[in-house]
Design a protein around this ligand. Structure first.
Ligand SMILES: *Cc1c(COP(=O)(O)O)cnc(C)c1O
Length: 394
């Protein structure tokens, strides 16, 4: 992670207590099984070191991170911090960087294996390695397709150095409330069971079976197997707000994105705002300037739509972005001019998204609302937040 900037006019507050409460909530959804904490992409933008430390203290003994380069760094961090009991699992391996593979094996990082090339690459290092065989049960992403999985399992069963500690897959439609999605998940579970059987048939034993991420965990009890992988739920958001809202699931949003209002000004009716003049003040208007832009990961798609809450001395103003989002700033509408007093002042706090139930940000938008406004998902809204926005932990 990069060094944090001092004096930045915006901050992403990360509520560590909420993260820990969400971890307990995930245990409630799948009480009988082991939980792996997902900290990929810098812990969905929350900061992987702080999140990993909190999860280790909350009892997680395995963390998952996609990129091997991040896994190597995380593994070092955990050892440095005295959390050597916490394993790291990684599932995007470099194709030809044998040094990285070797280093990962030496560090005890558990590696996903989707094909014979990867198995051979690991086996060639001649060191005891812990591997999870991946079967593609319908996601069509990584993994051996089901017809090729038995051959992979057979080869792994004969490996001298690689030890199969997991058989795993990933669900593509576990968040869907509709019958079609449920059927697709049932089919994936069936194919997964067949792969597990194929592994047993070649003599593999004692491996952990894992299939479910947050949505599978909440909505498909028969996908829990031996271990589940906790992702978006840890960060307090619903895998699918159209299915169930985070607050209804008992999850608390962990990240609150705040900025200082840096300017408030009065403009005449007809004033156009930002590049392209796409928004025109319909009356004499108060505008506010927010010092965040697409350079911070605020989607440009939020033009004219991104919701914000401004906390003023007189109360909360719920409003939105007007005109285009710029690289470092955007403009919000603070309403029609009525009298000479501005409705908000420079220095007031603007909240883009956070926890609307939190004491200091009541009624603020959710990351879900930004996702809706920008035609994306809450995962992307939190994860894309730029590294230059300081994170503050409490
Ligand atoms: C991201 C990811 C998860 C976690 O998914 P959520 O929907 O955030 O819970 C689990 N497993 C894999 C392989 C992933 O890539």
């Amino acid at each position: 992670m990069s060094e944090q900037l001092a004096h930045y006019p915006a901050v992403a507050e990360v509520d560590v207590a909420a993260l820990v409460a969400n971890a307990a909530r995930m245990r409630h959804f799948a009480p009988e099984v082991r939980h792996l904490g997902i900290v990929k992409a810098d812990a969905y933008g929350h900061g992987r070191h702080q999140v990993a430390r909190a999860l280790a203290l909350a009892g997680y003994d395995i963390l998952g991170i996609a990129q091997l380069a991040e896994a190597l760094e995380l593994s070092d961090f955990l050892k440095r911090e005295g959390f050597s009991q916490v394993s790291v699992f990684s599932w995007i391996l470099p194709v030809a960087d044998e040094a990285a593979i070797r280093q990962a094996i030496e560090a005890g990082i558990e590696l996903s294996v989707s094909n014979l090339d990867q198995l051979h690459l690991i086996e060639r290092q001649g060191l005891p390695a812990r591997i999870h065989l991946k079967v593609d049960t319908g996601m069509g992403r990584a993994g051996a397709i089901s017809t090729e999985f038995p051959a992979l399992a057979l080869a792994a069963s004969k490996a001298k150095h690689a030890n199969v500690v997991g058989v795993w897959s990933h669900l593509a439609r576990a968040d869907e409330a509709g019958e079609e999605g449920k059927q697709a998940t049932r089919l994936q579970i069936k194919i997964f069971n067949e792969a597990v059987q194929a592994a047993a048939n070649v003599g593999l034993t004692g491996f952990a079976r894992h299939l479910a991420a947050t949505s599978g965990q909440i909505w498909h009890e028969d996908a829990h197997f031996d271990m589940v992988r906790d992702g978006i739920g840890l960060y307090g958001l619903s895998p699918d707000p159209h299915h169930s809202a985070s607050l209804d699931l008992g999850l608390q949003p962990v990240m609150t994105l705040k900025a200082d209002l840096v300017q408030v000004k009065r403009v005449p009716r007809g004033q156009t705002v930002s590049y392209g003049g796409t928004w025109v003040a319909p009356t004499d208007r108060w505008l506010g300037l927010v010092p965040l832009g697409y350079g911070d990961g605020i989607p440009r798609h939020a033009a004219g739509k991104g919701p914000v809450s401004v906390y003023t001395r007189a109360g909360r103003i719920d409003t939105r972005v007007v005109g285009r989002v710029c690289m470092d700033q955007f403009v919000i509408d603070l309403g029609p001019v009525a009298g000479s007093q501005p409705p908000a002042l420079a220095g007031d706090t603007v909240v883009l998204f956070g926890n609307p139930k939190a004491e200091n940000t009541p009624g603020c938008p959710l990351a879900d609302d930004w996702a809706q406004a920008c035609g994306t998902i809450n995962y992307e809204i939190i994860t894309r937040l730029g590294a230059r926005v300081p994170r503050a932990y409490s």
